[in-house]
Design a binder for this molecule. Sequence first.
Ligand code: ATP
Ligand code: MG
Length: 446
Amino acid sequence: MAYLTKAPRGTADILPDESYKLRFIEKTTGDAAALFGFKEIRTPVFEHTELFQRGVGETTDVVQKEMYTFEDNGKRSVTLRPEGTAGTVRAFLEHGLFNEPLPQKYYYHTSCYRYEKPQAGRLREFHQFGVESFGTGEPAQDAEIISLAKHIFDLFGLSGIRLEINSIGCPVCRAEFQKALKTYFEGYKDQLCETCLGRLDRNPMRILDCKSPVCAEIAKGAPKVLDFLCEDCSAHFAAVQKYLTAMNIEFTVNPTIVRGLDYYTKTVFEFVAGGIGAQSTVCGGGRYDGLVEELGGAPTPACGFGMGIERLKLLLEAEGITFPEEKRLDIYIAPAKAEYSFEAMRLTDALRREGVTALTDVSARSLKAQMKFANKKNALFTLVLGDTEIETAKAKAKNMDTGEETEIDLRNITEEITGLLVRAMFGETEPNGTLSKLTLLNGGKN
Ligand code: ATP
Ligand code: MG
């Protein structure tokens, strides 16, 4: 029965005491992307397997070892998306979005699936915030997406995070580089891992991204891609740096970054954090000018990044950044007798329609048990409906923090309670009851 009560390895339930943090992260990242002119896109959790084989690349770790692939009942091979870019490109092509004004800029929050060895910051189901821009090859676009990621880290108040950039060239200069790599790695044939041996002929650059310690050590002495850039790629890389400098964004050039996916060209970058252990890359991205064509479209330059939501959350927690609290329960209405539960429900419903967080009894509890429950739920106000209250349509709202009781007219319950809430939040100085519903919904924060 253990299978019924235990989630699969590498997955995580997000309980209410954590979900509000993720909602905050999603709202912050989505709003920031919108500031930069990105629009939200949502694509399916699964796609045809060929899309990722083509899009991510046959010789990548993701395709070779990490995909969740299965045949559906129609005997079609489908794969749970391991990343968000390939699906976005497919949607861009399928819906003819290349006919819209360019660049087309999209952002998304998606779950991703990779069969990996689970550890802190590495899951089999994880989540990404990602952005993609289609239709411009200019270095300004590379710099703009990097500045978006940076803007997001700044919004959260994160400090211990650094930006590393590199250029891995275009197919022209890449060919020279691959040749040099092949020659270099051939000298270590007896030491490379099996996967990398297979890559030697097909895509030696992938060896630079191998996680095996032996291969990683050998890779340290390998030729550096920056020495092979053509004039165009060099100029592009220099311009990206100039834009970053113009925006006061600090970076270091790290010539060993090649990124784990095959589709990258020219600019690649990572935001790396100290203090969250080995899985320290919070955000990775770059330019992928060949991908749209690879997937059947007209040549279309593009770039984007993926940010790991779980890693970002770990980082925020490690840096002690506070997440806005969930809105408090404004009021609990307690019917003293079962027959008053109808009126209690009606009043509660009326309050909710005005944006007040309200609860009443749905468990047929005694009054005493209800008050205990209201306390546990940390209600700011409680209001008891007994014989007198029902008869006179007057009741006492009790502020549970101060103990203060205020008599209110039940016929005007929404005005009365919103007035009390505003005073409880802002004190007597605030004009009574004039704050908007929205302010109340936000727990007093605008
Ligand atoms: P890594 O080198 O850590 O395996 P990657 O190069 O495979 O990362 P990308 O494919 O670039 O990662 O994905 C972008 C971001 O998604 C990463 O920077 C990371 O924050 C996050 N990420 C990738 N894989 C996982 C995972 N298995 N669990 C949690 N987050 C992940
Ligand atoms: Mg990986």
